[in-house]
Design a protein around this ligand. Structure first.
Ligand code: AMP
Length: 426
């Protein structure tokens, strides 16, 4: 199958070819014709499946061409024609970069808007009107409150990583924004996982949607080898260093539960002469972007992040993701693992698991319907063993030892029986 056969115009097909996109991924093969036909879409697709092009490419075409001919359409001052909502600043940058690349040569104005940076340049840029705006919900509402953006010309809305937006508490902001958008519009909803709140949102938003499932919902990408290393909590940093030394990973994305933990690990890595940088919520946005860019450019070997960065990081051919701590929310395991083994390449996702994390492990195994293979690392066998779990999400209990008192009572009773028996035989 080719991009041209999906109904894309020559200009876009050529641009995609110049980026070495030879044929559509399964999500693209399903989403592109549906979006071009003006249908609503509900897609179960995680990062790494090519979903960004799946929605951005056909939208860009609809914004510039009705009949195969490219023509620029007027967009009024402060108006937006297509709106892409994303959960994080990193993803906003990334989706916008992709959209710009896919739309190269098309007469379109695109823009990205997120919080944590000055609002004025964003207000200025909106003055001329924007064809495609990628934004995080909070900043978009701020812009709207200041009359910098109007939604009456919105013809298409994309909710990208909708599950993540709800996880991050954007539900009310999204409701407020939806109330401001024209009822007659095309809506596309992308989510890696489909929980009940996401289904409820989809029911509310979508009209007769085309349903797309790129990989079964709530499963991790198959090309990824996943396993866990049981270890005592206090030895995790040491084990991480050991793995970095013994595995041939050129680069590693590591996840740590807390911001403090991220900083401590980066410091330790640097002490050991391993180049590292970090992304977490306490860092100003420019510093986060810089860390990400340095990692992408191969200037640092290890990027340590909290879950803020779990979504949207698009790094081709990343060999390994290490969960130094398991995520609190099981779905985040799927998102984290999605950073490796991208676009068909193989990858590894290893989790360092201590006894305290057994509930999280059980929840992850239940969600992904698998029992993660355990591989103890010689020299790091834990003193506090991690209880066995199974793919049903259960923690397998060891048969209970009888209580000491009871054991003694039983032993005494047994002895009595034996004595009586002996007596009887005499
Ligand atoms: P996404 O899931 O949209 O984040 O895309 C994942 C990665 O796959 C990105 O690096 C894209 O540039 C790449 N990609 C997307 N579609 C294709 C395609 N049809 N052929 C080759 N690479 C692609």
């Amino acid at each position: 199958m080719s991009f041209a056969s999906l109904g894309l115009i020559d200009q876009i097909v050529r641009t995609l070819a110049s980026q070495s996109y030879e044929k559509p991924t399964p999500v693209q093969a399903q989403a592109i014709p549906a979006v071009l036909a003006g249908r609503d879409v509900m897609a179960a697709a995680q990062t790494g499946t090519g979903k960004t092009a799946g929605f951005a490419v056909p939208l860009l075409q609809r914004l510039t061409s009705d009949d195969g001919q490219v023509a620029s359409k007027k967009v009024e001052s402060n108006c937006v024609r297509a709106l892409v909502l994303v959960p994080t600043r990193e993803l906003a940058e990334q989706v916008h970069d992709s959209a710009k690349a896919y739309g190269a040569g098309l007469p379109l104005r695109t823009m990205v808007a997120y919080g944590g940076v000055s609002i004025n340049p964003q207000m200025m840029r909106l003055r001329k009107g924007v064809d495609l705006l990628v934004a995080t919900p909070g900043r978009l509402l701020d812009l709207q409150r200041q009359n910098a953006v109007r939604f009456n010309a919105v013809q298409a809305l994309v909710l990208d990583e909708a599950d993540r937006m709800l996880d991050l508490g954007f539900s009310r902001d999204i409701d407020k924004l939806l109330a401001l958008l024209p009822k007659k519009r095309q809506t596309l909803l992308f989510s890696a996982t489909f929980s009940d709140p996401i289904r409820a949102l989809a029911d509310k938003l979508l009209v007769d949607p085309v349903r797309i499932e790129a990989s079964p919902a709530n499963t991790t990408v198959k090309a990824i080898r996943q396993w866990i290393v049981p270890v005592d909590k206090k030895r995790k940093p040491e084990l991480f260093l050991h793995l970095l030394k013994t595995r041939a990973w050129s680069q590693v994305l590591a996840f740590v539960k807390t911001r403090k933990g991220v900083d401590a690990l980066v410091e330790l890595l640097e002490q050991k002469g391993i180049s590292a940088d970090s992304i977490h919520g306490d860092k100003p946005q420019p510093a986060r972007l810089r860390a990400f860019e340095r990692f992408k450019a191969g200037e640092v070997r290890v990027l340590v992040a909290t879950d803020v960065a779990a979504r949207g990081l698009d790094i081709d051919g990343l060999p390994a993701v290490v969960n130094v701590d398991l995520p609190i929310v099981a779905e985040d395991y799927v998102h984290r693992s999605g950073r490796t083994g991208r676009a068909g390449a193989s990858g590894e996702a290893v989790s360092l698991v201590c006894a305290d994390e057994v509930q999280q492990l059980a929840a992850i195994e239940a969600l992904t319907k698998q029992t993660l293979q355990r591989e103890e690392e010689p020299g790091f066998e834990p003193e506090h063993r991690v209880p066995q779990t199974n793919a049903g999400g259960q923690i397998v209990k060891k048969p209970k030892k009888p209580k000491k008192g009871k054991a003694e009572r039983d032993a005494r009773a047994d002895a009595k029986v034996v004595q009586e028996d002996v007596r009887f035989r005499r």
